[in-house]
Design a protein. Structure first.
Length: 201
């Protein structure tokens, strides 16, 4: 069955409540001729998909059919098969944000979620020349706000924030840049100075 046939069948569905069907977007197995090892990374990073059936609850509902979304890595969803094609069934609260472009940072957060460019710590200890281990560099819980959902109240775009390391961060990387979704309630404070600002003060 063709993609058009699937779309025709799904668009006639009338979804109940907050349920929606999502077509998972799988990462490519090959980039520039290089085969990517087939590992089960779905439980480690935020996942992508495209909404194929949804019920609009208000005119400003962003989860339209055809919208590409990022959803929680441990989202509670079921898999169903329609004419040989597998779809995910989930509720709207599992969605973290909407992708409006092709770049990783082109994301609109939903609800109480805040989308960050998650910082790494510096690669060297200050003025020592000693290299920090990669594991230590990743244990750094500050970032810059790229977008925030409509339910947030205290954060603003470009704020530098410090967040809870145990909050269950939703994360992914692209081109060596680390991104994260956190809930506003898991952000301790905003507008914290950078290390460079502290040293130059």
């Amino acid at each position: 069955m063709t993609e058009q046939s699937h779309e025709h069948e799904l668009k006639n569905l009338r979804m109940n409540g907050d349920w929606m069907f999502v077509n998972p977007i799988l990462e490519p197995k090959e980039i520039n001729g290089i085969i990517i090892p087939d590992t089960d990374s779905s439980q480690e990073v935020t996942q992508k998909g495209e909404v194929v059936a949804s019920r609009l609850k208000s005119p400003d509902d962003l989860l339209l059919v055809g919208t590409r979304i990022l959803f929680r890595r441990n989202a509670s969803f079921k898999k169903i098969e329609i004419n040989g094609k597998t779809f995910l069934v989930m509720k709207k609260h599992s969605v973290l944000g909407v992708l409006y472009g092709d770049k990783a940072h082109e994301v609109t957060s939903l609800g109480s979620y805040v989308f960050l460019r998650w910082e790494f710590s510096h690669s060297e200890y200050e003025r020592s020349g000693l290299i920090r281990p990669d594991a230590y560099r990743q244990m750094h819980y500050t970032g810059y706000v790229i977008s925030h959902g409509s339910d947030t109240k205290e954060v603003h775009i470009n704020d530098r924030v410090f967040f809870d390391q145990f909050c269950g961060v939703e994360k992914f990387e692209e081109n060596g840049i680390r991104y994260a979704f956190v809930r506003e309630d898991d952000i301790y404070c905003t507008n914290i100075p950078s290390r460079e600002e502290v040293l130059s003060a």
